[in-house]
Ligand binder design. Structure first.
Ligand code: FAD
Length: 446
């Protein structure tokens, strides 16, 4: 275990986090719900009670459908209470890559849908009165070198022109009024990205879904989904339900109940560290505008202030696959100190991980397989995408073609050769990305 000196040069103390549970659970812990009797029949059975499953359930219940959501853990215990709360609707492949693979029209539609999906989230929070510390503070993205800065500046200008989004370049000379680091060579800002408290957001979604009539069964895994005449038999340890329709919203926690999806989604650990409370003057230097923060590296860090503006939370990829080892925490800590050398002696209060769901084309998805609808594949950006796609999937189930419309409803993600749900190759993939990032950093510094 790494040890560092305190700010006052006293006894060495551990550099790794005090708690291995999400910082977010301090104010909004995940809990089991009271046991509910299992309905014999349902209009819709939803598998998974994260953002996607609850948003879908809410839309279905509001239209008078009988709907139950089943979760193998406590509702929200998957990624939906563990994430960074950055409401970006990021899409990993760039415009040119999507256009090459799926055509220019699709690429334009996907970019435009990001704007609509972000606005949908803002409206959802406002109209439902979800108390989740949502603030439209903007996102600063740092450039590693001059060429990257130039390309990002052009993209920011194009974004403003194409979609009317307030976005602009920040030259290196002005960087410190956005972020207290010299690590980047300038960056860009877009003001359509906000931040929220992810566990409060989930708890509030759960509250309105329950009030709308959704039954939520916690700690009730769906073991199998079997076709039965015009509907499905949904088997759980608590009994079997006859459902007219099934919606699978299990994303990075997909298990053997969905073997088709499991061959297509790779669960990848993402980890976050939270600092202890920092002095107000230090926070004002490091994050003067309290914006969300990101970068373009393959293994990019995403980071932000806590909603009360007193801590920094920084996340990134974690190549571990079992247990909760110390090494990935220390790697993130090192990344934090690289960005902000002033934090060399900082104490970490929390470090935790969760699964994001990656797949081959890295585009969120609604798709149908053997009559079962899936809303999934958010690739680490589900704060906006999961409620949006979950709701579109609900309208699809209800046959409301107008409101179900989305650019993400097309063929299922491709399967991954030699993969059945055990991502044995991930440590090697992450090593490869790490190497590419080192090379990019070296090139940028020349
Ligand atoms: C550390 C971390 C940081 C992240 N940061 C961000 C961020 O800043 N911004 C952003 O946009 N996104 C972020 N994400 C991604 C975001 O959290 C997810 O995309 C989103 O929460 C997905 O929601 P979901 O409802 O699809 O899945 P989840 O919330 O993961 O829910 C899936 C649920 O399915 C349940 N389940 C699985 N199998 C079964 C079964 N057989 N029966 C019953 N239940 C089952 C699981 O128990 C789980 O609760 C992050 C993710 C992680 C892990």
């Amino acid at each position: 275990m790494d040890e560092v000196k305190t700010a006052r040069g006293e006894e060495p103390r551990t550099a790794v986090a005090e708690k291995n549970t999400p910082f977010w659970w301090e104010e909004a812990p995940v809990r089991p719900l009271p046991r509910q009797p299992l309905a014999k029949t349902l209009d819709v059975a939803v598998v998974g009670a994260g953002y996607a499953g609850l948003s879908a359930g809410l839309a279905l219940a509001r239209e008078g459908r009988s709907v139950a959501a089943f979760d193998a853990m406590n509702p929200g215990e998957g990624a939906s209470t563990r994430n960074g709360g950055i409401a970006s609707a990021n899409i990993r492949p760039d415009h040119a890559t999507i256009a090459r693979r799926l055509g220019e029209e699709k690429a334009i539609a996907i970019e435009a849908e990001g704007k609509v999906a972000r606005e949908f989230l803002h409206d959802l929070v406002r109209t439902e009165g979800l108390a989740c510390d949502f603030r439209l503070v903007g996102l600063f993205k740092g450039a590693l070198g001059h060429d990257e800065y130039e390309a990002m500046a052009r993209d920011a200008e194009a974004l403003a022109k194409r979609l009317g989004i307030q976005s602009y370049a920040v030259p290196h000379a002005e960087q410190r009024s956005y972020i207290g680091t010299d690590f980047y060579r300038g960056g860009t800002v877009r003001m359509d990205v906000g931040g929220l408290h992810p566990a409060k957001f989930h708890a509030e979604l759960l509250r309105v879904a329950l009030a709308a009539g959704v039954t939520v069964h916690s700690q009730t895994p769906v073991i199998s989904i079997e076709r039965d005449g015009a509907g499905f038999r949904v088997v759980t340890p608590a009994g079997t339900v006859q459902a007219r329709q099934v919606l699978v919203c299990t994303n990075g926690y997909t298990d053997a109940a969905s073997p088709f999806l499991r061959r297509r989604l790779v669960p990848v650990r993402s980890r976050i560290i939270a600092t202890e409370e920092l002095a107000p003057e230090l926070m004002a230097r490091l994050m003067p505008k309290l914006m969300m923060m990101g970068e373009n590296r393959k293994l990019a860090f995403y980071y932000r202030p806590s909603p009360d503006g007193r801590r920094i939370l920084l996340g990134g990829r974690d190549s571990s696959r079992v247990g909760d080892p110390e090494a990935p925490k220390l790697l993130l800590r090192k990344g934090l100190v690289n960005l902000f050398p002033e934090l060399e002696n900082v104490r970490l209060s929390h470090s935790w991980f969760g699964n994001v769901a990656m797949h081959r084309d890295m585009l969120p998805r609604i798709f149908e397989k053997d009559g079962v609808v899936h809303a999934t594949g958010f690739c680490g950006s589900g704060v906006v995408w999961a409620p949006w796609i979950g709701t579109r999937a609900a309208y699809k189930l209800m046959g409301d073609r107008e409101r179900a419309r989305t650019a993400f409803d097309f063929r299922p993600p491709a399967s991954i050769p030699l993969y059945r749900g055990n991502p044995w190759f991930m440590p090697a993939v992450i090593q490869g990305y790490r190497m590419q990032d080192r090379i990019a950093l070296w090139r940028a510094s020349r």
